[in-house]
Write a protein that binds this ligand. Structure first.
Ligand SMILES: [Zn+2]
Length: 422
């Protein structure tokens, strides 16, 4: 079908797209602690209701972080016309802390040339704005469409998504009888389709010892020395093993196309003194030492094996060190997900990228997770991708920005996907 009217309808909304992005940036939805969630949802609800969308406001009562001071609000807007599939655009409305090093007002939404600056500009208020403009332009240009369009703005993606997409997925908002296609406009760039992400296992490992006077350490047993042996074993055996595990997933950056392990933190012995305390530490042998590990795994691996590898490390140390004992506590786990390249939303988006940008789409997989995990696991919906404007490496950085032309181009792609699927 002739795409001219849809593309023109997006171009005609350029100023509107800029204004919408600026307005969203000017609502500082900082997470933590979860500020202004209701305000951003109200703003979007008013706009989409004026376009004929039916809007639901859903507070994730009891979700982590939810309180009367910081309620976890989500907005789901739906426009239906006749029978047909539903295409859902899901964006998180929360942004991370500002941090240091800014030369622009992080909540000013300043437009300079082609760029709009601000915290959340690329991650992901620019993508949210592009999806709203895409839906509005499509509906205006194709009055005879059939099916349903949903736009959601959800909480807490930056802190796991439990007060956002997970909460909605548990209540059926992403069930396959309600929603058939999902696009998450995260900043993966306008010519790339993100099919999914690697898996995650976070755990705390603790070694045990026995406290004694630091002048007679032989009367105690140092949990820190035991942990040192664990770390040595991880260096000598586990890291080389992980380096041999490669994936067929097209993860970017390429360094993440293997299993990875980060040791997020280590703590042993006496607690850190409070700020301002000027006294000396006391001489004690450490009776506890803990590390937090962040293991990212591949679609070719399974979580049971991933965990067993770490147990093997600890058991090997245990066999060599008298008195060694340990505990592992699971903190967080997410299985890898990857949409099929033949899935309808993938194929449709790839075709739209070719038509708008005159180049073939790249397929990528994210090294870290995002809300697709909940749509896949809780919602059981596989026909889901991340696609949106902005450069991923700008996310969470000072002077974060999103390009206006990139937003226009990706809004065109999203509008053509609507045209294809509805
Ligand atoms: Zn994001």
């Amino acid at each position: 079908m002739f795409n001219g009217p849809i593309l023109a309808a997006v171009d005609a909304r350029r100023q509107d797209l800029i204004g919408l992005t600026q307005d969203l940036i000017r609502i500082p939805t900082l997470n933590p602690p979860g500020r202004m969630y209701r305000e951003v949802c109200d703003y979007l609800a008013a706009r989409l209701m004026a376009q004929g969308f039916a809007v639901e406001m859903i507070r994730a009562f009891g979700a982590p972080g939810d309180s009367d001071s910081y309620p976890r609000w989500n907005m789901v807007a739906r426009l239906e016309r006749g029978r047909g599939d539903c295409v859902h655009f899901n964006s998180h409305h929360d942004v991370v802390e500002v941090g240091h090093g800014w030369t622009r007002d992080p909540f000013g939404g300043e437009l300079d040339g082609d760029r709009i600056y601000g915290r959340g500009a690329c991650d992901m208020k620019g993508g949210l704005a592009a999806s709203v403009i895409a839906a509005e332009a499509f509906v205006a240009a194709r009055p005879d469409w059939q099916g349903a369009i949903e736009i959601s703005a959800t909480a807490d993606e930056e802190s796991g998504g439990y007060g956002g997409v997970a909460y909605l997925a548990e209540r059926g908002y992403f069930s396959p009888d309600r929603v058939q296609h999902v696009i998450i406009p995260e900043p993966l760039h306008k010519d790339r389709i993100c099919l999914g992400h690697r898996g995650v296992w976070w755990a705390e490992i603790e070694t045990h010892g026995r406290i004694a006077h630091g002048s007679m350490p032989f009367l105690g047993d140092s949990a820190i020395r035991h942990m040192g042996a664990v770390l040595a074993e991880i260096e000598e055996r586990l890291y080389p093993l992980l380096a041999t595990k490669h994936t067929a997933m097209p993860v970017v950056p390429e360094g993440a196309r293997q299993s990875t392990l980060n040791i997020n933190s280590i703590h042993g012995g006496e607690a850190e003194p409070e700020a301002g305390y000027t006294g000396l530490p006391a001489p004690c042998v450490a009776d506890r030492c803990r590390i937090i590990i962040d293991r990212r795994f591949l679609i070719e691996e399974d979580l049971t094996t991933v965990k067993a590898e770490m147990v093997t490390v600890l058991e090997r140390v245990k066999a060599e060190r008298p008195g060694f004992s340990y505990e592992i506590r699971d903190l967080f786990e997410v299985h890898p997900v990857m949409a099929d390249r033949k899935a309808p939303v993938v194929r449709s988006t790839a075709e739209a990228i070719e038509r708008v940008l005159a180049r073939t789409a790249d397929y990528v997989v994210s090294p870290g997770t995002y809300d697709q995990k909940h749509i896949d696991r809780i919602g059981r919906l596989k026909n889901c991708i991340a696609y949106g404007p902005g450069l991923l490496h700008l996310a969470h950085q000072p002077d974060e920005w999103v390009g206006v032309q990139d937003m226009i181009d990706s809004a065109k792609v999203m509008a053509l996907v609507l045209d294809d699927l509805l």
